[in-house]
Structures are given as structure tokens and as C-alpha cells.
Design a protein around this ligand. Structure first.
Ligand code: G3I
Length: 474
């Protein structure tokens, strides 16, 4: 049932509802468009495969997350990509000790709250990162003596977990507590020096009491290769914790890979051996330096390893786009600096059982481009805002082959309603919140060229950005 009219011209901010005759014409138009959709679906052939990372991972019972920076949430292409592809977020820096408690017992949650609020408004999970870590510690912590440090750590965990109680699915309680190299020793951090070996389990016990429903993880890097001393040291700690009833639920594998530290052949063994201790495993900060097919193949291997371990519950990549990566020059992520999907993206999506949503094109006619698939990508930006509504623009861009037509879904968050559209032919689902947009008339786009359509969203008190589905082309 569509409870709001849809005009096909650009509205002003105070446009009145169109007359009923126009509404009837539009409903008829929508019916025609839906009939055409049947033809398109028949040609598509990949319509049933999930077309985003989150959707594909969800079909495998996993989440697919990304690290997020609060100061990027105003950039429309960043947010569009985040909202479309991911269903879990980790604050890249905003939940670290220096960000939350820069001076003793004075907490600043503003930036972390922005990320939490964004995630919650989109139904995304949230990983908490991180409570006890030697790095990004404010200097006052390093000046404390043993018992004072213990009470500061206790207070920090309680206040931070209390702030987000019930909102975080997994917390990195302790991060990077072991040395690199062959020693297998605990890192000689201020916590280790002043509180001794017991500080890690102390932190887990405090965390369990602070939010009994959050999963509590130990998180580290260079723990991917089963034969490495650091991996063995962490394994032995987790084994000991499980044997003695120290509350630990998960182990995070950061998974920062490069040519000197590639994805190991025994990665699956490592994940499975940890899982066999009775903890979940999560890939928490995945990025892989490189490009092209070699990068793609390594990403594929990581996803396959996770899927092969039933207790590997999700994957988080350490950023949305190469341009904002902590090691940007290594181009380690799934989207390039212009938010284009990289071969690594396609490899991950395929490994998850999904498909990019482009068609293989012309299958009924013998096709001229048997190997070049028709495809398109979409981006969203808000162009205007008034007191009760906003206008959005979606740009549809053809991939590396020319396309004959395209369609894309735009989903608004109830009680929002789309009250007007322009430069496209909309059709609607029964809830009135999912609009499928197709071209007006000829939808031809040459390779790499783009077009755009627009719409007005009545906010009805909800100002979240619409969610774009994958672009489908033929
Ligand atoms: O925001 C300030 C800015 O105001 C200032 O001008 C600038 C000058 O240095 O610094 C900016 O802060 C930087 C911050 O990233 C935000 O960009 C910090 O210097 C910089 O140290 C910080 O780096 C972060 C790093 O952790 C700190 O150790 C990276 O963004 C973040 O990706 C990285 O993440 C870690 C995980 O938490 C743990 N595992 C390893 C991973 C990669 O190092």
C-alpha cells in the first residue's frame, strides 16, 4: 500500500500533494515498470545471489564489518558505501583510552557516540575497541603506581562498558599484550610492569561484571601463523583461561597482512585450534597490502578460512576506502580511493557466495560480449534539506561495458516516506519504503558514463540516509 504520492518532477520544499488523477497514472506506470522488471530478472540470472558483503555474509551466518572514523561520517560516498556493504562497525580510534578518558575520570564520549548512533540507526552491530592497550594511552596513566593503576583500569572499563552496555556485541578487552618475535613473552607494557601477569585476567573479570551480555575478546596481530611463538603464547593463555574459568568468549585476529607477513597456509588450522578451545574467533582488522589478483586471492583465502570454521563469527576490514586507511600507500582495502570496488572486493563477495549484481549480459541472444559483464555502481548524496524533508540524488555509473538499462532499489527507514521523484521511473513494494528505480525511456549508458535520479524524503522525524541496494544492469 503506497500511502504517499510520487510525482515525476522536482518539487519545491512546500509542494502540495498531486491530484488523484496523477496518482492513478503513476500507479499504472509503476505496474508497467514491474512488468518490465520480470523481463529484466529473467535475463539477469544472478538475481538470487546476495549483492553486498553484509548480505552475503549474513547468508553464511556471519557479520561483515569495517572500522569507521567518526570524522568521515559527513562524507556521502563514505556513508553510502558503509551503509550499503557493512553490518558491523568498529570505531577506528574513538573508543581508545586516549580518546575517551584524556584526563583522569573525565570522559568524552562524543565521537564514539556518533559511531554508535550511526550503527544503531542502521541496525548494525558494534565491536568495542579497545579497553586495555599499551598504545594510545594518555600520559597520566603511565604515571600511576600499581594499585592506583589498578583502580584507574577498573574505573575505565566500568565507565566505558557502562556507557555502551547492551549496545556492543564484542569488546576487545585486552589488545596486543604479547611481544612479537620468538620469545612468546608478555609485552612489557605499563600494565605488565605495574600489575604483573594477572592484569589480563583482572581486566576480563571486571569486563564481565560491567556488561555480562557482551562477548569478551582478546585481540592481537601476528597471531595468524600457527607455528609462530606469539600465536602459541596467546593460545596457551586462552587455554589456561578456559581451564580456570576466566571469562573469555572470543579471540580477535587483527589480520594486517603484507608481503613480509602474508596470509599463512595454515591460517585455517590456527582459527580452528583456537575455536576448539571453546571460544569464538573473529577477524577483526583485516587489510592486505597489494593490488589486483594477488591481493584478491589473499582476501579470498582469509574469507574461506573463516567460513571453514563454524565458530568464526565475522570479519571486519580495517577501513572502508584505501584513501583513509592507516597505511593508505599499501592500498590494502576493498574499495579504492573513489569507492570503486576492487578485485579484492569481488573475490570476497564471491567467496561469501554473493555476486556483484551485474548481469552476464545478453544470454538469450547469443550476446556480443560473452566475457564482459554489464554492471553498474551507485552512489548517494543528500542535496537539500528543509525542516521536514530532504532531497537525495543517486548517481548510476556504468562499469567497464556499455549497458542497455539499469535498476536500483532505494530503501527509506519507516516512518520516512518518499514523496516525489524525478529523472526516473519508480515502482514500490507493499510497505511503501522500498522504491525500485528504473530509467525514464532509454537507459543506455556507455562504459564508465553516469546518470542520476532524485527524490524527496519526508523525514517524519527520522533523518537517516536511505539505503541503496546493488545496481543491476543488462
Ligand atoms: O586526529 C589526529 C589529528 O588531529 C592530528 O593532527 C594527527 C597528527 O599526528 O593525528 C591524528 O590522530 C591520528 C589518528 O590515527 C587519527 O588519524 C594519530 O596520530 C595516529 O596515531 C592514529 O593512528 C591509529 C593507530 O591505530 C594508533 O596506534 C590508526 O588510525 C588506527 O588505524 C590504528 O589502528 C590499530 C588498532 O587500533 C590496533 N591494531 C593495529 C591497528 C593499526 O595500527
Amino acid at each position: 500500500m503506497i500511502d504517499t504520492p510520487h510525482t515525476t518532477e522536482r518539487p519545491g520544499p512546500r509542494r502540495r500533494r498531486p491530484r488523484s488523477g496523477l496518482r492513478t497514472a503513476l500507479v499504472l506506470g509503476a505496474s508497467v515498470a514491474l512488468a518490465a522488471a520480470g523481463t529484466l530478472t529473467a535475463l539477469t540470472g544472478t538475481a538470487s545471489a546476495a549483492s553486498t558483503l553484509a548480505a552475503a555474509a549474513a547468508e553464511k551466518g556471519r557479520y561483515f564489518g569495517t572500522a569507521v572514523a567518526a570524522n568521515r561520517l559527513g562524507e556521502s560516498a563514505y556513508v553510502t558505501t558503509l551503509n550499503r556493504e557493512f553490518d558491523s562497525v568498529t570505531a577506528e580510534n574513538e573508543m581508545k583510552w586516549d580518546a575517551l578518558e584524556p584526563s583522569r575520570n573525565s570522559f568524552t564520549f562524543t565521537n564514539a557516540d556518533r559511531i554508535v548512533n550511526h550503527a544503531q540507526s542502521r541496525g548494525m552491530k558494534i565491536r568495542g575497541h579497545t579497553l586495555v592497550w599499551h598504545s594510545q594511552l594518555p600520559s597520566w596513566v603511565g604515571n600511576l603506581s600499581g594499585n592506583d593503576l589498578r583502580s584507574a583500569m577498573t574505573n575505565h572499563i566500568n565507565r566505558v562498558m557502562g556507557q555502551y552496555k547492551g549496545k556492543i556485541h564484542s569488546w576487545d578487552v585486552v589488545n596486543e599484550a604479547f611481544e612479537d618475535g620468538s620469545s612468546g613473552a608478555r609485552r612489557n607494557s605499563v600494565f605488565q610492569q605495574r600489575l604483573g601477569n594477572g592484569y589480563i585476567e583482572e581486566a576480563f573479570r571486571i569486563a564481565r561484571a560491567a556488561d555480562p551480555n557482551a562477548k569478551l575478546c582478546y585481540n592481537d596481530y601476528n597471531t595468524d601463523n600457527w607455528s609462530h611463538a606469539k600465536t602459541q603464547a596467546v593460545y596457551n593463555m586462552v587455554k589456561d583461561f578456559k581451564a580456570r574459568g576466566v571469562p573469555i568468549d572470543c579471540v580477535g585476529f587483527q589480520a594486517h597482512f603484507n608481503s613480509g607477513n602474508p596470509v599463512p597456509n595454515n591460517y585455517h588450522t590456527t582459527l580452528q585450534n583456537f575455536a576448539d578451545l571453546g571460544v569464538d574467533v573473529q577477524i577483526t582488522e583485516l587489510d592486505i597490502a597489494g593490488s589486483g589478483s594477488s591481493q584478491a586471492e589473499q582476501y579470498r583465502g582469509v574469507v574461506q578460512a573463516c567460513l571453514a570454521v563454524s565458530r568464526c563469527t565475522g570479519i571486519t576490514v580495517w577501513g572502508v576506502t584505501d584513501k583513509y586507511s592507516w597505511r593508505s600507500s599499501d592500498t590494502p582495502l576493498l574499495f579504492d580511493g573513489n569507492y570503486n570496488k576492487k578485485p579484492a572486493y569481488d573475490a570476497v563477495l564471491a567467496a561469501l557466495g554473493g555476486s556483484s549484481g551485474g548481469t552476464t549480459g545478453g544470454t538469450t541472444g547469443g550476446g556480443t560480449g560473452g566475457s564482459g559483464g554489464a554492471s553498474c555502481t551507485v552512489t548517494y548524496e543528500e542535496t537539500d534539506r528543509w525542516g521536514d524533508r530532504f532531497n537525495g540524488r543517486v548517481t548510476v555509473k556504468a562499469g567497464s561495458s556499455a549497458i542497455g538499462t539499469w535498476s536500483v532499489t532505494v530503501t527509506v527507514a519507516s516512518p520516512q516516506r518518499i514523496s516525489a521523484t524525478w529523472n526516473g521511473t519508480p515502482s514500490w513494494d507493499s510497505s511503501g519504503t522500498v522504491m525500485t528505480m528504473r530509467p525514464n525511456g532509454n537507459g543506455t549508458l556507455s562504459a564508465g558514463s553516469s546518470t542520476s535520479f532524485g527524490f524527496t524524503v519526508m523525514a517524519n522525524g527520522n533523518w537517516t540516509a536511505p539505503r541503496l541496494g546493488a545496481c543491476t544492469a543488462s
